[in-house]
Design a binder for this molecule. Structure first.
Ligand code: PLP
Length: 384
């Protein structure tokens, strides 16, 4: 059977992979080399210089393409380097319409790096896709979507957005970091570019900083490969190896993240010390129906506000947690807690931040794959 026909769980292990040609190594060797011998100028075995391509990175890039149901994968030195490559498709004068509630670093890259090169970013609440059309003009080139959003867990209807972008001839890129292809495959829904911070669930073990892009269109892939090589923010061989190893267990990890996430979401929702829980699996979540349609589960990311919560209350809770580690990042096997207002989203001005709901008392959890009873006990002792 061709590997293209494999189901998702098999793809995470076998997609785009084959034993190494030299000795049959089942895992690709870490080709820790910058360059490759040539018999005559241009006489090489497919690799010339490791910024352009490296066999370990190629193995990862093929795996990325496979699990996202795309044709072409690209691995970068970080998630932000991957986003940076997408924005470099644009020219001065172009406009981007972006999700308003998005990863703080993406916002910072858009506003503080690219606006001064003459690219304009319009931030729109896309949980109602009708808000997008009125922002489109002849300069609009790209729509940037994050769903579920970080940290408010809003859900955006990718199919509906892709109908709008197709009608207007715009590129549509989706940051699929939170959902992972285990839960949602944007290319199947009409999206042009899928982006990942593979630092998070794809790597899954909090041991690398890696970014990824996957596309299906050959011409778009060529433009992005050109930028990847020309700008040079590539993923190194060791990190490629570790990310590839992480991907091989993505499906089993995600299954447990979803189970634990669901249990913790309900635990918090029923807790007397909690004001509000943000998790797309609740039936009263504003876009629960969309989430149910476009995702096969609700993931392990949850945000909540403690009752009568202030900045100080939130800080006290995150400081008291013992199993949940207070740290930036998410998506690893271990549970993490974060305080967006002072951590991941500190780069967004307070006014902007609070408009999208990132208030001072908000706490974000990345629920890991420990025993869920231990996680509940930990939250209980920190809340009381
Ligand atoms: C972490 C993150 C990024 C940035 O990725 P890095 O690997 O840290 O550069 C982008 N988007 C989302 C949703 C993230 O969580």
């Amino acid at each position: 059977m061709s590997k293209k026909e494999l189901k998702f769980n098999s793809k995470t292990i076998h997609g785009g992979q084959h034993p190494d040609k030299a000795y049959g190594a089942v895992m690709p060797p870490i080709y820790q080399t910058s360059t490759y011998a040539q018999s005559t100028p241009g006489g090489h075995l497919g690799y010339e210089y490791s910024r352009s391509a490296n066999p370990t990175r190629t193995a990862l890039e093929k795996a990325l393409a496979s699990i996202e149901n795309g044709e072409y994968g690209m691995a970068f030195g970080s998630g932000l380097a991957a986003i940076d490559a997408v924005i470099k498709l644009l020219s001065p004068g172009d406009e981007v319409i972006s999700t308003s509630d998005l990863y703080g670093g993406s916002y910072r890259l858009f506003k503080r790096v690219y606006e001064k090169f003459g690219i304009t970013f319009r931030f729109v609440d896309m949980s109602d896709v009708n808000n997008i059309s009125s922002q489109i003009n002849e300069k609009t080139k790209l729509v940037w979507v994050e769903t579920p959003t970080n940290p408010m867990m809003n859900i955006i209807d990718l199919k509906a957005v892709s109908e709008i972008t197709k009608k207007h001839g715009l590129l549509l890129a989706v940051d699929n970091t939170f959902a992972t292809p285990y839960l949602q495959r944007p290319l199947d829904l009409g999206v042009d570019i899928v982006m990942h911070s593979a630092t998070k669930y794809l790597g899954g073990h909090s041991d690398v900083v890696v970014g990824a892009l996957v596309v299906s269109d050959k011409e778009l892939a060529d433009r992005l490969y050109f930028i990847q090589n020309a700008s040079g923010a590539v993923c190194g061989p060791m990190d490629s190896f570790l990310t590839l190893r992480g991907i091989k267990t993505l499906h089993v990890r995600m299954q447990r993240h979803c189970e634990n996430g669901e249990a913790i979401a309900h635990f918090l929702n029923n807790h007397p010390k909690i004001e509000k829980v943000y998790w797309p699996g609740f039936e009263n979540h504003p876009n629960h129906k969309v989430a149910k349609n476009q995702m096969s589960g609700f993931g392990g990311m949850i945000s909540f506000i403690p009752k009568g919560g202030s900045y100080q209350d939130a800080i006290k809770i995150v400081e008291k947690l013992k199993i949940f580690t207070l740290a930036e990042s998410l998506g690893g096997v271990e549970s993490l807690a974060g305080h967006p207002a002072s951590m991941t989203h500190a780069s967004i001005p307070k006014e902007e931040r609070e408009k999208s709901g990132v208030v001072d008392a908000l706490i974000r959890l990345s629920v890991g794959i420990e025993d869920v009873e231990d996680l509940m006990d930990d939250l209980e002792q920190a809340l009381t």
